[in-house]
Design a protein around this ligand. Structure first.
Ligand code: FAD
Ligand code: FES
Length: 500
């Protein structure tokens, strides 16, 4: 089979959605912005409790990171040991309970709405990347027990063709096909009277008395409450973006003989780390991810696919050809927990779900539950712990390091271009070119045609850099991404790079 580039196995095996754009001004009880797992789950829950909900997406259902995920339902990827150090044992217990409730909710939705999305419960395993890493495994085991998770220590992960060494088994985790789940959720939402508008980007959010007005490219939605579920909030210029950072994660889908790998979720403790699962319970594709880097800080990331492949081949000698490869963005919160609930500004009727780390399936589902309760004026037991306005507790050093990294990116203004002239850019390549006082992002397509846009990110003015694997312009500061003609692929930017 021909190798497919930058198309996730999920996008290739689920129906794509095509909702019409908004074409008139409308009113709703709640406007949800973003139709990934966060926005759709929130819209579904709100609508089920009789709220009149309008859901908009700049593209359509599942076009964002939920279409690029690997969809493990797994313990917090900062691990319980870190969470206990940062938040204390009681809060780590809350995280364990909240995560378990999120999986239960997804399981109930799948059953109640009859969604055919290959959802199964299965065990997840964490093993030490280093040969003598049993200490870190024992530490995590103790922490997970203290947090109340259902865990067990094993000498190795069962059923694998390589010896992982000691591991922690987390029972009763889950996996599914994320886009089939979203499609089913969207249908259930629409069956119950919810409305979805595709190709409708929110460009501004303005208060008008008690209402919020969502300005889109095609009309205005006025609503009593707004849920910003755009993966990273487009409505907040600075505050939330100092509390989280975007990391690009890489995935390959590689063929394996049926039955040669048992259904399980696997993570190692390495840096860089690796994670894997089968595409479906009896699948023949091993979905393997990892080799993350900060967005906009590797111009030639193709080597990461090769590294993933050799990692797999070393451990799974029966692996055959790579049939999928793709990458996507993970928003890493400064202290390891997502930001779920009231927006720090205009907190009475704007809600946000972001910073979900590599636990977006669980965090976003839990975020939707929290937001649904808050919109209905109810308390939620997790609201305080995940409050987006919280200070980064004891993880201050991580917060400072990430923000120092962001500030250092502004130094790109002082550099000249990557090349002297556009003549130096080969077909299929892009580079920054200095033109007087301006910086130009120039891409030469395979036919030789040049595409030139301003290299100045429309969020807060950093200089973008080329990503040769995705053919995109990525901002190293707060992870906005743009297409070669400047269109926004990922926020927080909400307007395209200027034409040059
Ligand atoms: C490679 C990879 C592996 C991962 N693995 C896992 C895993 O194993 N387990 C796990 O739990 N999580 C994992 N994650 C994380 C998880 O996929 C994400 O956290 C989650 O999908 C985010 O969902 P979301 O709804 O917040 O965002 P998205 O799915 O990105 O949805 C946001 C939507 O908002 C729309 N939008 C953006 N801006 C606007 C605007 N201004 N107006 C209107 N619409 C807008 C976008 O088009 C998009 O459809 C992984 C992520 C990646 C990239
Ligand atoms: S994303 Fe903030 S400056 Fe580019």
């Amino acid at each position: 089979m021909e190798t497919k580039k930058s198309v996730s196995i999920w996008a290739a095996t689920a129906e794509s959605q095509n909702h019409p754009p908004l074409d008139v001004d409308v009113h709703a009880d709640v406007c949800v912005i973003g139709a990934g797992i966060a926005g759709l789950t929130a819209a579904y829950l709100l609508n089920r409790e009789s709220k009149h909900v309008v859901l908009i997406d700049a593209q359509d259902v599942g076009a964002g990171e939920t279409g690029s995920t690997t969809a493990h339902f797994f313990p917090p990827d900062e691990w319980y040991d870190t969470l206990i150090n940062s938040f204390g044992t009681e809060q780590a217990q809350s995280v364990a309970t909240g995560f378990a409730e999120a999986i239960n909710l997804v399981e109930r939705i799948v059953a109640n709405e009859n969604i055919d999305c290959e959802f199964i419960r299965l065990d997840g395993y964490l093993y030490a990347a280093k040969e003598h890493g049993s200490n870190e495994i024992d530490k995590e085991l103790t922490a997970a027990i203290n947090a109340g998770a259902e865990v067990q220590r094993l000498d190795r992960v069962p059923g694998l063709p390589f010896d992982t060494g000691p591991c922690v088994r987390f029972a009763n985790q889950a996996q599914f096909h994320p886009l089939k789940y979203l499609n089913g959720l969207a249908q259930a939402f629409e069956r119950n009277g919810g409305r979805i508008f595709g190709r409708t980007r929110a460009v501004d959010l303005k208060r008008n008395g008690n209402l919020q007005k969502v300005h889109t490219e095609h009309g205005v939605i006025s609503a009593d409450a707004v849920v910003v579920a755009t993966n990273t909030p487009f409505n907040d210029r600075v505050v939330m973006h100092t509390k989280q950072s975007g990391y690009q994660s890489y995935v390959i889908g590689i063929r394996v003989p049926k039955g040669s790998v048992p259904p399980l979720l696997l993570w190692d403790t390495g840096d860089p780390y690796y994670y894997l699962r089968l595409d479906s319970p009896d699948g023949e594709t091993l979905v393997v991810g990892g080799r993350d880097h900060k967005v906009g800080q590797d111009e030639h990331p193709e080597h990461r696919y090769a590294e993933l492949e050799s990692w797999v081949r070393e451990r799974f000698p029966m692996a055959a050809e790579v049939i999928y490869r793709w990458s996507g963005m993970v928003m890493e919160p400064a202290d390891g927990l997502a930001y779920l609930g009231r927006n720090p500004m205009d907190s009475d009727n704007i809600y946000v779900i972001t910073g979900d780390s590599g636990n977006g399936m669980t965090h976003c589902t839990l975020g939707a539950v929290i937001v649904n309760d808050l919109v209905h004026g109810r308390d939620n037991p997790y609201a305080r712990l995940f409050d987006p306005a919280r200070k980064p507790w004891r993880e201050l050093s991580e917060f400072v390091t990430e923000n120092a990294n962001t500030l250092s990116q502004y130094g790109d203004w002082l550099k000249g271009g990557d090349v002297k002239s556009v003549d130096d850019i080969a077909p299929g390549e892009g580079a920054i070119v200095q033109s007087g006082v301006s910086k130009v992002a120039a891409y030469r397509d395979p036919d030789g045609q040049l595409h030139c846009v301003s290299a100045v990110c429309t969020h807060l003015g950093c200089v973008v850099s080329f990503n040769s694997a995705e053919k995109s312009w990525d901002c190293p500061c707060h992870a906005s991404r743009f297409g070669i003609d400047g269109e926004v692929l990922h926020g927080p930017a909400k307007t395209p790079l200027a034409k040059h």
